[in-house]
Design a protein around this ligand. Sequence first.
Ligand SMILES: Cc1ncc(COP(=O)(O)O)c(C=O)c1O
Length: 441
Amino acid sequence: MTLQGEQTARWFQRASSVMPYGVSSNFRYWGDQDTLVIQRAQGAYLWDMDGKRYIDYRLGFGPVIIGHADAQINQAVAQAIQEGTLSAWTTPAEVELAERIIRLTGVEMVRLANSGTEATMQALRIARAHTGREKYIKFEGHYHGSADYFMFSTAAASLNMLGSPRSPIPAPMSSGMPAQIAETVIILPFNDLDLLERTIRARWGEIAAVFVEPVMGNVGGILPQENFLPTLRRLCDEYGIVLVFDEVKTGFRIAKGGAQEFFNIKADLVTYAKALGNGFPIAAIGGKREVMMTIAPGQVSQSGTYNGNTVAVAAALATLERFEKDPIHETLRQRGQSLMKGIDEVLTDHDITHALTGLPAMFGIFLGSSEPPRNFREYLKGNSALYAQLVRGLAQRGVLPDIDGREPWFLCAALSEADVQETLNVVNDTVRNLKERGKVN
Ligand SMILES: Cc1ncc(COP(=O)(O)O)c(C=O)c1O
């Protein structure tokens, strides 16, 4: 059975004749019969072209933290654009947004951008300019956007591309990336403190930055082991390396102040996007004053025509206002905990070996072992084919996480207790059906 109803299929075919694979981003393609075309979104739901409703756990790959088409945010945007959308000058709203980001996260200065990739690219440049060094450390399975410099050993890689865990090799994610840039990245497994420490002590003179997703938002929400982030902080301080928290997924999601607040560790630079704008395109680079002031006109570039545009800034201001006014994060935590507990119980009742990973606001379901994975290699040993089957069954029944288990289940505050209950009933039906059809041993 395919996911596309008649109208959705028709629109997908139309899309495919004018857009490669019928999508505007590769990650959205689920195959010719299962890629959806969406008519509208509201609260925690999406509706496809056949009017079928889904409880949405992809939420645009994480941004929609309040809920789709939120009335207050839409109203703030509609009002703001009456005064113009782009002046290419500083605006009061932009200043207020920077102040609000600083207040919530503890960074000392901010520059705005439009997407996560822009923020990470520019953070890497700032770190290089700040240190006068060129290389950077990247952990396997971490995703920092679609710029060539970052697309090594990401979630798209398979185990046999990664080399030995003692000496990982950079596995390019795409054709079309210049071969030479592999020399600018040093790949390490996540959560391997010993190798991290040895590498930094041996090679610090070449290393501008360490990029880290503090929680692996692109591999099931794998958490850092207890000493990992504090040790990373200490080593970066010791060797003058810029520590970059890529909080494009964790920022404003796992806590108001993101991973810096959650783990009580300050990075030198932090990149934000996604939940900052509840689905409107906005990103930010924040960080310590000393590092941020490396940016200098004519010397160190950080720029963009649409940076700080009215639409994005109004949306972000309205989103952050909600974090301060309403108990958004507490709601996400409660709903997420109920879901994680309920899913755990269903899988246990049906004797399916599994572990829940991540945090309530962005969690993962790992099938194939009861030990939660500590890094990308362990994750790749799980049963991703079974996970995809599970998601196909859930989607048919109107519950929509991503088909790739590396993508966490994201929650939005519009998700109700009743939605959680409905989701758990659907998980139960789907798992029972898979068992009955002999799809699971
Ligand atoms: C941690 C992280 N960094 C950077 C990016 C890139 O963001 P964008 O897709 O907005 O360019 C992503 C996107 O998923 C991400 O998860």
